[in-house]
Design a protein around this ligand. Structure first.
Ligand code: DX5
Ligand code: ZN
Length: 217
C-alpha cells in the first residue's frame, strides 16, 4: 500500500487569513490541500468558488484537491482547472453524464476524482475505473465539517478491492469525521488519503504538525 497522505480540508480554516492558513498546513506536513466547494443546492451550504482557489493557489506548491459539491459541475470545471486545481472531484449525482464530466477533467490535463455519498453504491464506479485517479468515499453526508463519522468500512474495503483489480494507481480517499481513532480504521480498510478539517484545525496553528501526524495511523 502506498504511503498515507493527509489532506486538510480548508473548510475548517480561518477564512479571514486563508493564505496564511494554507502556508501553515503546508509547512506542517499536509500532502494535499483539500478545497470543499459547495453551492447551497447540491448540498445545504455555501463556500467558495474558483476566484478563491486562484487567490490561494500561490500559497502552496502542494496538490490542490478540489472537491466539487455543486450541481451542475460541468459549466465550472474549466474555471477550477484554470484556477490551479490539480485534482477535480465530482459527485455522480451532480449531473446526468458523469462519464463525460470525468472525460472533460482529463482532457484539461487534470486528475479526476469521483465521490461517493454514504448511500451511493460502489457500482457507480463500474465503467469509470479505467479513467479515475481518485475515489472519494464520503463518511458523512456532504455539506458541513464537524459531523460524526459513519461506519462504512466494508464499502472502503470494496473500493480497495476494485482498485486492486485494475492494477492502476488510484487514490482511495476518505472524507468526513476523520480523527486519530477513525483514521486507523479507514487505513486498515484500505484508504490511503485522509481528508480532515476539524481534526487538523481545532487545536490551532501551533499544533497543525502534531494534528496531521496523529492522523497517519
Ligand atoms: C464535508 C466535506 C469535508 C469536511 C470534513 O462535506 O467534504 O471535507 O470539511 O470535515 P471534518 O473533518 O470536520 O469532518
Ligand atoms: Zn471534502
Amino acid at each position: 500500500m502506498s504511503q498515507i497522505k493527509i489532506a486538510p480540508s480548508i473548510l475548517s480554516a480561518d477564512f479571514a487569513c486563508l493564505g496564511e492558513e494554507i502556508r501553515s498546513i503546508d509547512a506542517a506536513g499536509a500532502d494535499y490541500i483539500h478545497v470543499d466547494v459547495m453551492d447551497g443546492h447540491f448540498v445545504p451550504n455555501l463556500t467558495i468558488g474558483p476566484n478563491v482557489v486562484k487567490a490561494i493557489r500561490p500559497y502552496s506548491k502542494k496538490i490542490f484537491d478540489v472537491h466539487l459539491m455543486i450541481s451542475p459541475a460541468d459549466p465550472y470545471l474549466e474555471e477550477f482547472a484554470n484556477a490551479g486545481a490539480d485534482i477535480i472531484t465530482i459527485h455522480p449525482e451532480a449531473g446526468s453524464h458523469y462519464h463525460r464530466s470525468i472525460q472533460s477533467i482529463k482532457a484539461m490535463g487534470k486528475k479526476a476524482g469521483i465521490a461517493l455519498n454514504p448511500a451511493t453504491p460502489t457500482s457507480v464506479l463500474d465503467h469509470v475505473m479505467d479513467m479515475v485517479d481518485l475515489i472519494l468515499v464520503m463518511t458523512v453526508n456532504p455539506g458541513f465539517g464537524g459531523q460524526k463519522f459513519i461506519h462504512l468500512l466494508d464499502k472502503i474495503k470494496d473500493v480497495r478491492a476494485r482498485i486492486q483489480a485494475t492494477g492502476r494507481d488510484i487514490d482511495l480517499q476518505v472524507d468526513g469525521g476523520i480523527t486519530p481513532e477513525t483514521s486507523k480504521q479507514v487505513i486498515q480498510a484500505g484508504a490511503n488519503v485522509l481528508v480532515a478539517g476539524t481534526a487538523v484545525f481545532k487545536n490551532g496553528p501551533d499544533k497543525y504538525a502534531d494534528s496531521i501526524k496523529a492522523l497517519r495511523g
